[in-house]
Design a protein around this ligand. Sequence first.
Ligand code: FAD
Length: 449
Amino acid sequence: PMQILWFRQDLRLSDQRALLAAVAAGPVLPVYILDDETPGLRPMGAASRWWLHHSLAALDASLRKRGNRLLLLRGPSAATLRALAASTGATRIHATTHYEPWWKAAQADLADLLTLHPGHTLADPASVTSGSGGRYRIFTPFWRALLNQMPPPDPLPAPQHIPATDGPDGDTLADWALLPTDPGWSTGFTAWQPGEKGAHRALKAWLPQVAGYETTRNLPSEAGTSRLSPHLHFGELSPATVWHAALDAAGKAAASFTRQLVWRDFGQGMIDTLPDSHWVPHRDAFARFPFRDAPADLRAWQRGRTGYPLVDAGMRQLWQSGWMHNRVRMVAASFLTKHLLIDWRRGEEWFWDTLLDADLGNNAMGWQWVMGSGVDSSPYNRIFAPVGQSEKFDAAGYIRRWVPELAPLSDTDIHAPWRAARPTAAYPAPIVDHAQARTRALSAYESIR
Ligand code: FAD
């Protein structure tokens, strides 16, 4: 009997348990549904849509090589799938489990037709519990408990042939108009190769560096992290594949890198238990935080014109390339929420729209962590000093790359251009004074304690 394979953030054929189960049960109709309609669903941001376009094109091409193709439909997921099953006579829908609240609702809605398979995380977050069965709210014990279940199951190869069946015609990718139309941003997206092949290529290129990750990971001027995040978000690689590859490449020295992969599982567990994390602060007092409504400052931050070179380099890297180094994400997020006292949710929304790796769990977790409002987060009074961080993590090369008007400055002056003998005309003066902003942020925090 015919099987539907429902793709979401699992756009791969390797280590794809839902696909293998479908192939074992009958001819397969693979479908991707562009869903902007399910109630409560958060539509993908613009950068994610660019990635999606290319990833779906790559997935369709790989399916065609195996005798099948990808059906594209648009609409609310559960109703669209139900109608598809009814019109084609499919008896079962196979899919990978996802934890976004709207996906959980759709999964529940389709329970009579749907078989769910693991693979989006290293372990099922609901299985990572304390002795008394409770879910962890703090990372380190979560990580230790998850390690007891590691290594994850060995990755499974893609099937050679995926028997096809007749289905409706569906949309074309062009119908969906997912690509940016404004040439002012996304100019650097072409450096990425979305899709399973690009994901495996990026993994292979990264492996020789895994052992050095602990020292390179904080240096934005170097390519010292894997840049696998969009591939992992869209499921072009399973985290189990990355885990095994890192261990095979570096043995014990992979531990610092694989620990970071566990943060991703922790983020999935967070939205599984606290589904409103992208707009509800975990710590109640933060609901009363005296944020400023400052649209001009928000705009300066978004476009990389705050006058703080490391912040601006990060925000421009994001705008142009769809990605930002983790150290700089922390500094830029701290600057928005503490130096500018702008609501972390404005920053979270901007990242959601502009990051190629925008992920409900990881993004909300990152913002709440920096804001200090999260269940496991940095203390509020830890305010990143944008100049100090820039010097400490040797960001001169990074700033030269993303803020070219500062390139002529010396390695010393480039972190704080106002110190240079001659000002750089094209670059703005700082929009806030660091010391004053710091004092203001601390007193805002005192007011909610
Ligand atoms: P690597 O350092 O090579 O790590 C490997 C993988 O581990 C990553 O691809 C990612 O899947 C996972 N990982 C690493 N660090 C973290 C972390 N701190 N939290 C969760 N997972 C992690 N990550 C996203 O994937 N999507 C987001 O929308 C996102 N928003 C963020 C917002 C803020 C304010 C902050 C501070 C962090 C955010 N992160 C987000 C986490 C982190 O910055 C990125 O995962 C990382 O920079 C991706 O680069 P990489 O693939 O080279 O990571």
